[in-house]
Design a binder for this molecule. Structure first.
Ligand code: SF4
Length: 200
């Protein structure tokens, strides 16, 4: 089949229209399987998109402890109800649809710790207690072994109380408040290499 620019636009336009209809439960194939009132009897919770540093607001609809829908928060000053394609897929972090259009837990969701030891080419499963203890121990050891109380500047000892052996990276997955606390914690440990993934 030869694909001209015109036929490509027609095809993608039809696909987009079908996707829009499907998202509101109006396409013929799914009309009988998707709940037309997906957010009925749900409670709304607002949160921040976890995917990038723009920080769009998201409204999550929860029924019986399960997220059944997620969409842009119209009251949020950043996105005013819109979401990009990544943000629009929030619901699929937890659930995907089976062949009958029913939601089922996303089998690709990572719910446990995977650890790759130095030099190893494979991951092994660990529990959260092990991960937190190991991270804390390594931070403490690295700080203690590389802590500098003062440096000589032009023949004069200047107190610095710092370590340059640790870098601290904030995350767009965290709220402002969490990143504020992370920053305070890093400073309290003497970490001076502090940065954030958001480059916007
Ligand atoms: S990934 Fe998209 S929806 Fe999420 S914060 Fe970034 S721009 Fe907003």
């Amino acid at each position: 089949m030869q694909l001209t620019r015109r036929s490509f636009l027609k095809l993608t336009g039809a696909t987009a229209a079908a996707a829009t209809l499907a998202s509101v439960g109006l396409n013929k194939a799914s009309a009988s399987t998707i709940d037309p009132l997906r957010i009925k009897y749900t409670k709304e919770y607002t949160t921040i998109c976890t995917f990038c540093g723009v920080g769009c607001g998201v409204v999550c609809h929860v029924r019986d402890g399960v997220i059944v829908n997620a969409e842009g928060d119209p009251d949020h000053p950043i996105n005013e109800g819109t979401l990009c394609s990544k943000g629009s897929s929030h619901y699929n972090i937890s659930y995907i649809y089976d062949e009958k259009g029913k939601p089922k837990p996303n089998p690709n969701r990572l719910t446990h710790v995977l650890y790759r030891a130095p030099g190893s080419s494979s991951y092994e499963e660990k529990d959260w207690d092990w991960a937190l203890d190991t991270i804390a121990r390594r931070i403490k050891d690295t700080r203690d072994q590389n802590y500098v109380e003062s440096v000589n500047v032009d023949g004069r000892q200047v107190t610095v109380n710092r370590t340059e052996a640790i870098s601290w990276l904030g995350s767009a997955f965290c709220t402002d408040e969490e990143n504020y606390l992370f920053h305070k914690m890093a400073r309290a440990m003497g970490v001076i290499n502090i940065d954030h993934c958001a480059r916007l």
